[in-house]
Write a protein that binds this ligand. Structure first.
Ligand code: KDG
Ligand code: MG
Length: 404
């Protein structure tokens, strides 16, 4: 047997931001890559992999992806959770990369082949005020994007979610200890519908408009928000309320027809089961690197398809180009694809990660190279040491810690 996992390494590097990457090498020299980045909790996953996963993997048959998935999930006894599921995802994706390279086929061919020619993506527009956000929308539409997420700062609310600082790539993990931001739901409910309306008034309806509520609302508030923007025909309102209790979405559904997307902090099929089977959401936004890899995310998307729910995978810059390469392999092959988030990575990130996908007229085109179609420059990775960064917290005016 040549198809044994001979070496497994964890690479922690920070080209523009922190990434944790898994490299598996088989006994006949095939290399597979997986993304194990969990924003602000990177070293927990790196340790889970190095201390508890990798020692159990050496010598295993790399072709048995499903069995290795079960071994890591069921065999750990401790199930689910972001650290576990991100670690499993990285191994799973690296094994798919190896399987594709061994077969000489891109992973999407192993998943049934292309179900579409390109992957519709949405980009991020933001602004420190409405005029700046409108300029950003203008720029993105000019670059050919067919779908844009709109977020603007809120007057009177310091550093509300979703606004880029300066001209660089938006990265909310911005400080070596969590920074303190503000939140005021009344100000949001008053101002956000207005700035989304300004986008439609200036640019019309010839593109998809999205918005992220980022877990800030109660179900009733989400219903009020959704109803107030119905005529703007949003593609979705994202994460209207925290989703630990999936039943909370029933009330939102009763109150508004604005489509709902959720899932970026969820990591297993069990976390979205009620949301899907009761048709409480329209788009499931778990990701290939936080929800157990290609093997598990495909099961989530299959379940979703039975209930008319589409995919809408999370793709912020904390999901590395390895993760995006894997996401695109699934996106291009599943029947119920919806949309893929795409925040282009910083140029420095691409000094380490060299993906084969490219943007064409608002669609990402996955690589046709065998496997995932990504190369990782390990010498370059060594030039960017780990740089602890945390996501902010949000507080109300009276100091109460709010959902971020
Ligand atoms: O790590 C957290 C970020 O990825 C998240 O805050 C970004 O909500 C986000 C999104 O939709 O991209
Ligand atoms: Mg989000």
């Amino acid at each position: 047997m040549t198809d044994r996992i001979e070496r497994a390494e964890v690479i922690v590097t920070a080209p523009a931001r922190n990434f944790v990457t898994v490299k598996l090498t088989t006994s006949d020299g095939i290399v597979g890559w997986g993304d194990a980045t969990l924003n602000g909790r990177e070293l927990a996953v790196a340790s889970y992999l190095s201390d508890h996963v990798i020692p159990t993997l050496i010598g295993k048959d790399a072709s048995r992806i499903g069995d290795i998935w079960s071994y890591l999930y069921k065999g750990a006894y401790w199930r689910r959770g972001p650290v576990t599921m991100t670690a499993i995802a990285a191994i799973d994706v690296a094994l798919w990369d190896i399987k594709g390279k061994r077969a000489g086929l891109p992973v999407h061919e192993l998943l049934g082949g292309k179900a579409r020619d390109g992957v519709l993506v949405y980009a991020h527009a933001s602004g420190a005020d409405v005029a700046e956000m409108l300029d950003d929308v203008d720029r993105l539409l000019g670059e050919g994007y067919r779908a844009v997420r709109g977020q603007a700062a809120l007057v009177g609310v310091p550093d509300a979610y979703g606004v880029r600082h300066g001209t660089g790539v938006y990265d909310p993990a911005d400080a070596s200890l969590p920074s303190e931001t503000g939140w005021d739901t009344a100000a949001y409910l008053e101002q956000a519908p207005g700035y989304l309306r300004a986008i439609r008034e200036r640019f019309g309806f010839g593109f998809h408009l999205l918005h992220d509520c980022h877990h800030r609302l109660t179900p009733n508030e989400a219903g009020i928000f959704g109803r107030s923007v119905e005529d703007l025909k949003l593609f979705w309102m994202e994460d209207p309320t925290p989703a630990e209790n999936q039943e909370k979405f029933r009330l939102i559904r009763q109150r508004t027809t604005t489509p709902i997307a959720t899932g970026e902090v969820l990591n297993s099929i069990w976390d979205v089961q009620t949301l899907i089977t009761e048709q409480l959401i329209d788009y499931v936004r778990t990701s290939v690197s936080h929800a157990g890899g290609i093997t598990h995310l495909r099961r989530i998307f299959d379940l979703a398809d039975l209930y008319g729910v589409r995919s809408g995978s999370h793709g912020a810059t904390d999901l590395s180009p390895v993760s995006l390469s894997a996401a695109l392999q699934l996106d291009i092959s599943i029947p119920n694809f919806g949309i893929q988030e795409y925040m282009a990575h910083d140029a420095v990130t691409h000094e380490v990660f060299r993906p084969g996908y490219h943007l064409d007229d608002g669609y990402l085109i996955p690589s046709d190279a065998p496997g995932l179609g990504i190369e990782v420059d390990e010498d370059a990775a060594r030039r960017f040491p780990y740089n602890p960064k945390y996501l902010p917290v949000a507080r109300l005016a009276d100091g109460t810690l709010h959902d971020w």
